[in-house]
Design a protein around this ligand. Structure first.
Ligand SMILES: C[S@@+](CC[C@H](N)C(=O)[O-])C[C@H]1O[C@@H](n2cnc3c(N)ncnc32)[C@H](O)[C@@H]1O
Length: 389
């Protein structure tokens, strides 16, 4: 299959990398990493991407401040359960434009001042362009916020919580395919100046290990010839780092995805890889190089199972709609009928709140809570957002 590309600078760089590699091929994960995170031309790195109506996709934090404020309420409860530690760190990974950080900090400052006094907000962000934008959104001279890379954070130094919203879906994935009964990895190579997919043996044993933790056997006959899917090894690398840096506290992951049974269902034979360009989605990662988002759904079973191996307890998996309703989104909807809001604003507010809980959209996202080194009583505590999971 020959594939078209149309961003010549990044395409040239990809072709150069392929030709410089010993076997004239790179894994799809390497290719996706270049498309999204190449320092010069990557989607997230080369320019300040806009998230929301101006950009290619929405996230919950770009819709209204409600998502961040309700998350802040959950974090205050984390702090209470941990015994109100004097120093509580909120570590946000993959912070986009920094909007969520600002909303959380503003809300905690005005509603929970004693908690706010104990907070240090730390952002771990891969994109230099986005780090600059984040510093414009949340001025570090006005807020208790810093930016660090993983290696700057000491092991077992964090008491508090790690959070991410739509980080895991933005990580480069390995892709595999069932070819003549055998599982192969999808690589990208060059033929006549065009990018082309070829299949070969797995590039790393970690792919086989990943498949095993999900308790699925893609070699079974129920999986058809040409069945394709993704393996998100980087999500587990990030989870391992979190487990290493967290001394005591929580890990909250919000994203779209499935458990392994649904993710690797035989009928999902084309996998979950999707590209977003100007609010339209399609399935061709070889066009719009560096100017379109490429994403895949998150496999929550892999996060739960490998989390257990890394010492992270599974405290609950719920859906965003339920999570936000339990934290007070229902009350916010009810307040709209109090008559205290202008009719002109009413419609917009109602739409925003409904969008956050729409089961076909953001409301269907999963919210995973994991914990480390919690006492028995703390672990058993029913948290507000997880009352009904
Ligand atoms: C889809 S955006 C989500 C943005 C934001 N959380 C929101 O809700 O609007 C993904 C973010 O993760 C960042 N990112 C991707 N890989 C990362 C990594 N390995 N470490 C830290 N940040 C990463 C991207 O640069 C981007 O800021």
């Amino acid at each position: 299959m020959l594939l078209n590309s149309n961003n010549s600078s990044l395409l040239d760089k990809v072709i150069y990398r392929i030709n410089a590699s010993p076997e004239k091929k790179i894994t799809f994960a390497e290719y996706m990493d270049m498309c999204l995170y190449d320092e010069q031309y990557g989607y997230y790195t080369s320019k300040s991407i806009a998230i929301g109506p101006e950009g290619d996709f929405f996230t919950s934090s770009s819709i209204s401040s409600d998502f961040g404020e309700l998350l802040a309420i959950q974090m205050e409860e984390f702090w209470q359960v941990l015994g109100q530690p004097k120093s509580f760190r909120i570590v946000e990974m993959g912070a986009g434009e920094g909007i969520l950080a600002k909303i959380i900090l503003d809300y905690l400052q005005s509603k929970f001042p004693s908690f706010y006094e104990c907070i240090q907000y730390l952002i771990i962000e891969k994109s230099t362009a986005l780090k600059i934008k984040q510093k414009e959104t949340v001025n570090p001279t006005k807020y208790p916020i810093i930016w660090q890379d993983w290696q700057e954070i000491d092991s077992e130094s964090i008491i508090g919580c790690f959070i991410s919203n739509e980080l895991m879906d933005a990580l480069p994935v390995h892709r595999i395919i069932k070819d003549e009964g055998e599982l192969k990895e999808i690589y990208v190579t060059v033929e006549d100046g065009n990018l082309r997919e070829i299949y070969n043996n797995f590039s790393t044993d970690k792919i086989e290990e990943y498949l095993m933790i999900n308790h699925v056997n893609l070699r079974e006959d129920s999986y058809p010839h040409n069945y394709q899917t993704e393996v998100n090894l980087f999500s587990l690398e990030i989870l391992a780092k979190i487990a290493q840096k967290l001394k005591r506290g929580y890990v909250l992951t919000v994203d779209y995805g499935y458990d392994a049974q649904k993710f690797y269902h035989p009928q999902r034979y084309e996998g979950t890889l999707k590209c977003y360009y100007q609010h339209r989605h399609h399935h061709n990662p070889y066009v719009n190089l560096g100017i379109q988002d490429i994403t895949s759904h998150v496999n929550f079973t892999a996060l739960v199972e490998s989390g257990l191996n890394f010492g992270l307890d599974n405290l609950g998996l719920t859906q965003q709609a339920l999570f936000l309703m339990e934290l007070g989104l229902g009350d916010r909807l009810n307040d709209l009928s109090s008559g205290k809001i202008l009719l002109s604003e009413l419609w917009q507010r109602r739409n925003q709140l409904h969008e956050l809980i729409n089961p076909q959209g953001l409301g269907g996202f999963y919210v995973l809570l994991q914990g480390k080194n919690l006492r028995e009583t703390e672990r058993k505590q029913t948290l507000k957002g997880f009352t009904n999971f």
